[in-house]
Design a protein around this ligand. Structure first.
Ligand SMILES: [Zn+2]
Length: 293
């Protein structure tokens, strides 16, 4: 079993069907991203899937930037964030009511969010306008929610699948597949025809067990789905866990507070304690340094 089958995004296209896609699969990334937290299993499952979806959807980023998927709901899980930064660094966290999470059945994952929205934000640096899309939480899974959104609101021919599975070693495997129809030439208003229907059916046939299987590489899985149509595989992009927190960023976040609030936040040693929600790194800041221009 090669480690390279996980923790990467495999881009591919299928010229015969006029589609391109990305298959993201991870194990080391989920182990580390979830390892910084102690979340109950239903929350871990959702966050693992959200991380895989962020990796698969982030491909529009070319050189710089970040891609964030954020869910806000009125259910037991109030907030969940998965965040991808070029060239392949992922991190995530959740805020939830543990007792309420435990009361819900494991086979209704989306009920953990209640009613809510999924926001995705594409930020390609200061020279490009930030793009934000808001998706109502619909469907029985996170992938279905995005699938419905792309079809309905974006009028995009795309299909999305995702799955997460906790192995016997306690580590989560997560996988996500997105397949899109090639953009049409300007002036071409043709409807997606039989090739797209076939591409969608083939991609949609992927099983959750295949997306998370230990004994199957991403290359093998794409061939299994599209092998009869000669798919072309491109270079795999590696994924890893990575946090971008720093004392400077925490200081910038605290700058929004009035001076007396900052002084009130200071603890016995005169410093303000702050913990990064993504990686758990603790910081102790001097209020005077925060206030300094
Ligand atoms: Zn951090």
């Amino acid at each position: 079993m090669s480690a390279a089958q996980f923790d990467g995004v495999l881009p591919f296209d299928v010229p015969a069907l006029g589609v391109f896609g990305r298959l993201a699969r991870m194990r080391g990334v989920t182990a580390e991203a979830l390892g910084h937290h102690r979340y109950p299993q239903p929350v871990e499952r959702l966050l693992a899937e959200l991380l895989a979806l962020a990796a698969a959807l982030s491909s529009r980023l070319k050189v710089v930037g970040t891609f964030t998927l954020q869910i806000r709901g009125d259910g037991p899980v109030r907030l969940m964030v998965a965040d991808y930064a070029v060239p392949g660094r992922l991190r995530g966290y959740a805020r939830f009511d543990a007792a309420a999470v435990a009361r819900l059945a494991d086979d209704l994952p989306m009920a953990q969010f209640g009613r809510g929205t999924l926001v995705y934000t594409l930020d390609q640096g200061p020279e490009t306008e930030r793009y934000q899309g808001v998706v109502p939480l619909e469907g029985k899974t996170l992938a279905e929610c995005l699938d419905i959104y792309f079809r309905r609101s974006q009028q995009m021919d795309a299909m999305v699948r995702a799955a997460a599975r906790r192995g016997e070693d306690g580590v989560w495997r997560a996988g996500a597949l997105i397949v899109e129809r090639e953009p049409r030439a300007p002036g071409d208003a043709s409807e997606a025809g039989e090739p797209w229907r076939e591409a969608r059916a083939l991609g949609g046939s992927v099983a959750a067990e295949e997306l998370t299987a230990d004994g199957l590489t991403s290359t093998e899985l794409v061939w299994r789905l599209y092998g009869t149509h000669a798919p072309r595989l491109h270079e795999t992009r590696a994924l890893e866990f990575g946090c971008r927190c720093s004392e400077g960023r925490i200081r910038d976040a605290l700058r929004g507070f009035p001076a007396e609030d900052l002084r009130a936040m200071a603890e016995a040693d005169g410093r303000i304690g702050a913990t990064c929600e993504f990686c758990g790194q603790g910081y102790r800041l001097d209020p005077a340094a925060v206030l300094a221009p």
